[in-house]
Design a protein. Structure first.
Lengths: 171, 101
C-alpha cells in the first residue's frame, strides 16, 4: 500500500498539473508546471534513480521552466490573463480525459502487473554511464547533433529581422 | 521497496489524462505546450518505474534520452510560438490556421 510520502508527492504532481492548465495567469501556470516537474523528480528519487532525478531537475525545472517563463514575459499582458478556450469543447475534453483514465486504468488493473513488487537491488548509476559510452554511443552522438541543431534552429527562428524592428520603431 | 509498480503506473495514467484534456480543450499555444510536457513526463515516469521493477538499466537510459530530446522540442516550440506571435500579435491557435502572415 502507498505510504504517506508517495501520496503527498502524487497530490502535488497531479494537483499542480491541473493548476498549470487551469490557472488564469500563464505566469502562475508555468510556476505550477514547475511543481509537476519537481514532483516527477521526487518519484524518480523514490524509484531509486537519483541520476534521472538530477537530470530532471537540471533540465526540466532548471532550464525548460525558465525558458517558458521568459517566453510568457514576451507576450502581451492581456493575452497572459485571457483564457482562450471553447466552452463547448470543455465538457468534451473532460469526458475524453475520464474515458482515457478509466479505460487505461481498467486495463492496467485487470492485467498482471497489479501484484508486481520487487526486493532486488536498484540499478547502479555507474551502469547507466557505461551503457551510454558503450552500447548507446551512436545514439549519444546523434542526440548531441540534434540538440545543437535544434538550438541553432530555435535561435534562427526567434531572431528579429532588422526590417521588422524598423517598422515597429516607427509605429 | 515499499511501493508497488501499479501505483506509479496509475499516477502516470492520471497525468496522461490531464495532458490529453489540455490538448483537447485549450487554444492557447503556450498552454498546449504545457500539456505536451505533462504527457512526456507521464511517459518518462512509466519508463523509469518499469525499469526499477525489472530491474534493468535500459529504461533509465531511455528516459535520459527522452528528457534531452524534450528540451530541444520545447526550445523549438517556443521559438515557433514567438515567431507566430510576432506575425499575428496573438497566441490563439485558431489564428494560426494559415501560417502565411
Amino acid at each position: 500500500m502507498a505510504d504517506a510520502l508517495f501520496l503527498a508527492i502524487s497530490v502535488l504532481t497531479i494537483g499542480s498539473a491541473i493548476a498549470a492548465l487551469e490557472m488564469r495567469s500563464l505566469v502562475y501556470g508555468s510556476i505550477a508546471l514547475m511543481g509537476t516537474l519537481g514532483g516527477v523528480a521526487g518519484f524518480y528519487v523514490m524509484l531509486d534513480s537519483p541520476f534521472v532525478a538530477m537530470f530532471q531537475l537540471a533540465v526540466y525545472v532548471g532550464s525548460i521552466a525558465v525558458l517558458i517563463l521568459f517566453t510568457v514575459m514576451l507576450v502581451k499582458r492581456e493575452l497572459i490573463f485571457k483564457k482562450i478556450e471553447d466552452p463547448k469543447r470543455k465538457f468534451a475534453g473532460i469526458g475524453l480525459m475520464l474515458i482515457v483514465i478509466l479505460a487505461l486504468g481498467a486495463i492496467i488493473m485487470d492485467s498482471g502487473i497489479k501484484s508486481i513488487s520487487t526486493d532486488s537491488d536498484p540499478v547502479d548509476f555507474r551502469e547507466i554511464g557505461g551503457d551510454f559510452l558503450t552500447y548507446y554511443w551512436p545514439a549519444l552522438v546523434l542526440m548531441a547533433l540534434i540538440l545543437a541543431g535544434s538550438v541553432m534552429g530555435a535561435l534562427v527562428l526567434a531572431r528579429r529581422e532588422d526590417t521588422v524592428e524598423n517598422e515597429q520603431r516607427t509605429d | 521497496m515499499s511501493n508497488e509498480l501499479i501505483e506509479f503506473v496509475l499516477v502516470s495514467i492520471a497525468l496522461l489524462g490531464i495532458g490529453i484534456y489540455g490538448l483537447a480543450v485549450k487554444r492557447n499555444a503556450i498552454r498546449m505546450l504545457f500539456a505536451v510536457e505533462i504527457i512526456v513526463n507521464a511517459a518518462n515516469l512509466n519508463l523509469v518505474a518499469f525499469a526499477r521493477f525489472m530491474p534493468h538499466s535500459g529504461g533509465q537510459t531511455l528516459a535520459l534520452f527522452s528528457i534531452a530530446i524534450a528540451a530541444a522540442e520545447v526550445a523549438v516550440g517556443l521559438a515557433l510560438i514567438i515567431v507566430a506571435y510576432r506575425m499575428y500579435k496573438n497566441i490563439d491557435i485558431a489564428d494560426f490556421r494559415s501560417l502565411k502572415g
